[in-house]
Design a protein around this ligand. Sequence first.
Ligand SMILES: [Zn+2]
Length: 507
Amino acid sequence: MVTKAITAATIGINSCKIEVEVDVTNSLPNISIVGLPDSAVSEAKERVHSAIKNSGFTFPTGKVIVNLAPADIRKEGTNFDLPIAIGILKEQGILIPDDLTIAFLGELSLDGSLRKINGVLPLVSGLKNCGIKTVFVPYENAKEAALVQDINVYGAKHLGDIVNHFAEIPIVKTTVDINKYLEENSQTEYSYDFKDVKGQQKAKKALEIAAAGGHNILMSGSPGSGKTLMAKCMASILPPLELQEAMELTKIYSISGLLQSDNPLMTKRPYRSVHHTASQNGIIGGGSNPKPGEITLAHRGVLFLDEIAEFPRQVLEVLRQPLEDGEVVISRAKNSIKYPAKFMLVGAMNPCPCGFLGDKEKDCTCSDFQIQRYRSKLSGPLLDRIDLIVNVPRLTTEELINTKTKAEPSYEIRKRVVKARKIQAKRYENEGILTNSELNSKQIKLFCKLDTKCSDFMKVAAQKYQLSGRKYDRILKLARTIADLNHQENITVEHLSQALQYRVDIA
Ligand SMILES: [Zn+2]
């Protein structure tokens, strides 16, 4: 007799339903798994065999064939252990209802206990979309699974607990209050605050504009000017995550195995800082068992590239596409997968190799050729995707010792950012975007209208600075954000000229 058990497989940050079919034939005792399993799935044989025996059940004596259908989807990971075991137990006549609206996910250890797996949120939400009503998951994954509404979630510690559940000892259903998780977030404390950053008014304003519109920004300045500290402070002025964004982010962190089991919902915008020695796969994503890279882990948050000119040119080139599309496509032998990657790029660089070009107190020791070669590492097309470029000079000794003027705390800046984001969310409610930085050229025409005075101003600017079409559009988007921060419906020449000063390339 062929028995069936339902489970799921992840594809990118989504998933699809998988049927596990089990058949036992009168042949030499053996177990084989077919249906495009990877090595972790193939190893399920050994784990399932031991787990069934050590849980006090008998393992079939003939040849066990396990088919994972549909066969054209690659099955990765260890979540297939439990459904395979359930299929075998059903075959053995153990009383588990033959109800195909119940699904099973989990890794088994040799003694039959269930181990935490990655990707539970995308797996369960995919199952719910396929009409599954009930899901059994490892106990440690139960809260995460219960983030999906309108599906019954049971967290089991042991294979035996699931069999008992259908006999006389039911497992308690897991439920969570998503709003409570989101509320807890609003009281978050941040490790870095703009109140601790002295001076740098212009750079701070630029970062505020970047946060308000979701714009990419590059800071250029000497070592010790506070670029890295200010980048770290960005997290403290970004608006709270909306539920939909939080769920999206949680899916990414779930498949990456980076969630906490006690508080599974990601409620803070990510801040990812990447070193120039990181591998391309680590930054972009990929590998033989593809995993999201830093650009996906920074989704809806900040990706900070310190010393951006030190990154391999190849890596910077690969960043261009995700910066444009908000997603990254990882090609593989048979198919390709997509990961979301809507991040804000915050870059920092020295103005020259020695770092002191334009410094008030120290002399630059670089030749013109060295400076030119250093800057050319940031290709034009990458710079075209950066909306704001701001010079961050080192503070003078006088400015450093000045303790009289207090800097504005992050929560005050954040209030303005949140207001500006609300204006954008309302304006774009039918456009499928959230911020000005996401406007496409058609939407720019619609939402960044210029009066005659403004277009005359831009005509002159375009000629004077030899603006490419892309740069021109970016200035309009930036001006839109500056207008939103000032609660003004129309873009003015004042907004445009402010936007323009952030677009004139590195000093
Ligand atoms: Zn120099």
